[in-house]
Design a protein around this ligand. Sequence first.
Ligand code: DAH
Length: 333
Amino acid sequence: MKEQIQALVDRVKAVQNLSDLENLRIEAIGKKGILTQQFATLKNLEGEAKKAFAKEINELKELFENALSEAKTQILQKDIQEKLAKESIDASLFSTLRKTSYGHPIHQTMDKIIDFFVGMNFSLCTGPLVEDDFHNFEALNLPKSHPARDMADTFYFKDSMLLRTHTSPVQIRAMKSKSLPIAMIAPGNVFRRDYDLTHSPMFHQVEGLVVEQKDKVSFVHLKFILEDFLHYMFGDVKIRFRSSFFPFTEPSAEVDISCVFCEGAGCRVCSHTGWLEVLGCGIVNQKVFEAVDYKDVSGYAFGLGVERFAMLIHRVNDLRSFFETDLRVLEQF
Ligand code: DAH
């Protein structure tokens, strides 16, 4: 009998679910169970023999019941773990979430950018996410044939409305609603049909615009403020302005910083150039001023992608990890 019970105990230890466990319980201590039957034979014994046998089967019963309850606890615990792993939202975890909160890396970076320009007396402007063709393209000297209008990049609605593809349309809105001098930044979400390691269909930009009377604003002012800004964001990096083209600025430049990964020596991230492009800028094109009926003014503008800044600051190589809401990732910032 001892061997029989021991075999049952071994089977209990290997059981994976509660219904198999219940079957084993019945086999051992159910109405017709092995041990139950043994208890029934007690009445045929007497004296010391009865006592000794009773002791033996009670011990075996205890052994079996302990194994049973241990197995049950383990199965229940395993079930809970599996459930937790399966369900991304578990209300019982809320209390831990509430104790600490994390600034999202994109917002942290955005806040740092905003702090700099607010400190330089720039005001904050906003504009709608659903824009019209005029503000997003036309007024910014992006003619109908310009590739940036390509259906492949832009999310369109009916009636030539669209999700803004950049924050530059806020320039137009600011000039239409404000008087000189203007010094503003426009942080916000923008949308493009793009999705890979370094692009997502929604991302964040900060646009900057300064407009004053004619001849008061030059490339020197632009260069001064952006150099100061980039040192504030990236520390002791080298900065270079590279001539470029944007329809809304003339002349235009792209600004590079020395690679933060290899400090300019050349690596995979900077395509072995030692430089990383971080923003676009230029002197506001007269065509843009014409679109908002501004005369005798001068200005500069710039635009940057917040995700790119956050990736370089935090050395993140897959932009999508910012948007996957995985707390194990976000907690690290
Ligand atoms: N709007 C541009 C983009 O989305 C960024 C940009 C570049 C803005 C140059 C500007 C600028 O104001 O002068 O890529």
